[in-house]
Design a binder for this molecule. Structure first.
Ligand code: ATP
Ligand code: MG
Length: 308
């Protein structure tokens, strides 16, 4: 099986859940739980992929502080290699406060170390020994964005399969994306991201535009499931019917499920999307992006159980 290197955001999520109202200025509301867990699109993806059974290392930055240690311990306990994580004395680890409601969430992020990765942190030698590179949340990496197409090109030159989850661009500009897609094998945006990037108003037009650019594109559509295109084949798979508790990290968990099946196990586009939908749905039934280990066996049992 190919060893994966993940590059991107590492932070903690402080998740408040079980509120019956939305907060208002000048008022206090109660919640039923608050927990501090591993956050960051790249780190959640890495943990889920390792939980499924792949060999994964991560490259990102944290501060030399309590939250940084929380991040490192969580990665380690999920079996993700942390030798390439850079710990900086002069940075504070990034934090996202998430007010989570069953179908959606409101987020406040302190960037701290999240946006501190630079081109010089991702040297060409770093890809040695890997078969796959995944990068997430590129619009939270302002110092890396201009170099990403070069980084992906170098990885491809060295024979790695490349995958990308852009996550949303808070500015909505999606700069550099088409240059990066030139060297991307598998592209994993959600519906809004895909439409904004392609300037289209529906997911199926976005899919066709992106499908002409990369080897495989899968667009995540929340409770509606996902659509994908590879080698001219278009596949549309409905989501599993669940009552979500917390959708944090559903997209990253989906990505891990898809990469595990499509890249690491060479399964078909359809089977890989079904498997990814199961991992995404299971992630929605846990509080926290990477909490509660999801194994291949659990995902397969879930798929069988849903068919009955
Ligand atoms: N309510 C739901 N019911 C069933 N499955 C869901 C639900 N929400 C998400 N999923 C599963 O998780 C996948 C990814 O979710 P979503 O489309 O929200 O990704 P995203 O917007 O990239 O999420 P993220 O906020 O984690 O980046 C979906 O394609 C689906 O398989
Ligand atoms: Mg996403």
């Amino acid at each position: 099986m190919k060893r994966t290197l993940v590059v991107g955001d590492l932070n903690v999520d402080i998740i408040a859940s079980g509120m019956s109202l939305f907060p208002e200025l000048g008022r206090e509301i109660l919640c039923s739980d608050i927990r501090t867990v591993l956050g960051g699109s790249a780190s959640i993806f890495a943990c889920r992929l390792a939980q499924l059974g792949s060999k994964v290392d991560i490259l990102g930055k944290v501060g030399n502080d309590e939250y940084g240690r929380t991040v490192l311990n969580a990665l380690k306990s999920n079996g993700v290699g942390i030798d390439k994580v850079i710990v900086k004395d002069d940075l504070r680890t990034g934090v996202t406060i998430s007010l989570t409601y069953p179908e959606n969430k409101a987020l406040i992020t302190f960037m701290g170390s999240i946006g501190a990765l630079e081109k010089s942190d991702v040297k060409p030698e770093v890809f040695k020994g890997y078969g796959h590179l995944h990068i997430s949340s590129i619009y939270l990496q302002p110092k890396l964005l201009n170099s990403l197409s070069e980084i992906f090109a170098e990885a491809k030159e060295q024979g790695l399969v490349t995958s990308l989850d852009p996550q949303c661009d808070p500015q909505g500009k999606y700069e550099k994306i088409w240059e990066i897609l030139e060297y991307t094998d598998i592209f994993l945006p959600n519906g809004d991201e895909a439409m904004d990037i392609t300037g289209t108003t529906n997911v199926s037009s976005a899919l066709k535009k992106l499908g002409l650019k990369v080897k495989a594109v899968v667009i995540k559509c929340g409770c509606e499931g996902a659509v994908g295109m590879a080698n001219g084949e278009i596949v549309n798979v409905k989501a599993f019917k669940i009552k979500p508790i917390d959708t944090t990290g559903a997209g990253d968990s989906f990505d891990a499920g898809f990469i595990y099946y499509f890249v690491h196990k060479n399964k078909s586009l359809r089977d890989s999307i079904i498997f990814a939908n199961a991992v995404g749905a299971l992630a929605c039934l846990r509080i926290g992006g990477a909490e509660g280990k999801i194994t291949e066996g659990e995902a397969l049992n879930f798929i069988i159980g849903q068919k009955c």
